[in-house]
Design a protein around this ligand. Sequence first.
Ligand SMILES: *Cc1c(COP(=O)(O)O)cnc(C)c1O
Length: 471
Amino acid sequence: MAQRTQETITTPPTVSRCVERITLPASEMPRSWYNVQADLPFRLHPPLSPASGKPVSPAELGRIFPPQLLEQEMSGERSIPIPEEVLDILSMWRPTPLVRATRLERALRTPARIYFKHEGVSPTGSHKPNTAVPQAYYNRQHGILRLTTETGAGQWGSALAFATQMLGMSCRVYMVRVSYDQKPYRRTFMRLYGAEVLASPSTNTQAGRAVLAENPDSPGSLGIAISEAVEEAAGREDTNYSLGSVLNHVLLHQTVIGLEAKKQLALVGEVPDFIYGCHGGGSNFGGLALPFIPDILEGAPLRAVAVEPDSCPTLTRGRFAFDYGDTAKLTPIVKMYTLGHDFIPPASHAGGLRYHGAAPLVSALLDAGVIGAQAVGQSEVFAAARLFARTEGIVPAPESAHAIAAVVRQAEELREEGRSAVILFSLSGHGLFDLAAYEAHLDGKLADFAYPGEAIAASLARLPQVDEPVA
Ligand SMILES: *Cc1c(COP(=O)(O)O)cnc(C)c1O
């Protein structure tokens, strides 16, 4: 009898621990990606050639992308199988845990049940290897063993460096100059995986030299670094280019996040009322939210919100228009929310969220009112990050902390309304490479900088003039 009592005493903590952290066995990893294009009530506009302004030809894109990725970019198939070799590498860290943030809930005294999908457990610390691995794989399948890319904050460069290393390929990374100088450890990290890292603008490309001729001290931007990486890939037979966000195939690869989260929530009998993800180019938000889009389209009371910084307010203050993906106008023109291709956002501490454009998929869903968008300021973001670190024990990437700030607002609103709800958000990465930003925050040296309306209007005035094709 005494023994039984002991059992009932020890049981509850065990149960509550496993409810706080919902893990899936490797056998439950998704075997296919989910392609939302199969379920959309509208068609995406085809990308236009920067040269002709007409829909871009597969041959043009074939200079920098392998055919399998181009096929996925345009595919209408709902479900696309993940190759075995890709699954094998993803299983080094996937499925990632879904965690109930009970300590954060208690600190906020909210009746909301908050869950986060922890993508910071990947080898490079963010969600980005989810697409770096298949992108490198399809290039290798096509006989391409060398990739170029750009990186802003360093997470994408690290992910592609990791993926190319796993697959026996090589990789050159154009790293935005400010990050290159501010984040030496990111450089070391990429080099450790065997990648070559150049500061952008560089003297290596025409695009880089043109920028340096005008401004030798240019801090660089993602738009410029993309131009350099694309120029090099287009000019070399043995080299392709790889992009870490924005494109349809990138969001497709990231749907493993949402597919796993859906299963994990179902295991504890939960259905989300709110989904939050930070938004730079749309890949972690899309990866989490896209598998839930059919539910929203069928009328589920679910609100999915992309959260961006007010210093780079693409979705909330940009225009849904055709624009170039890069500064030198080398990439296709796509219909997306944009601040203008030559927009240079202020140097904030969320480098991963400083892109002028947005994923065409996220843009079209926002324009159609299927999802929402919200902008938050830097000090609110860092306060939320600190609260998260002090309650859940994980230092979030400053990018991810944008989602946390929105979740905190939502949880507080629910507390005021005395209403319970399930909030799901994407913890897109950890912030252990971002401690300089956190030091500035702790020392009270971080400023808020909402972008002035005139500057946005000025860069929007330079959007390309194209005849809108019939979709
Ligand atoms: C790159 C990055 C982002 C922003 O990119 P998305 O494509 O919008 O996801 C957000 N969080 C982390 C940790 C990143 O590395």
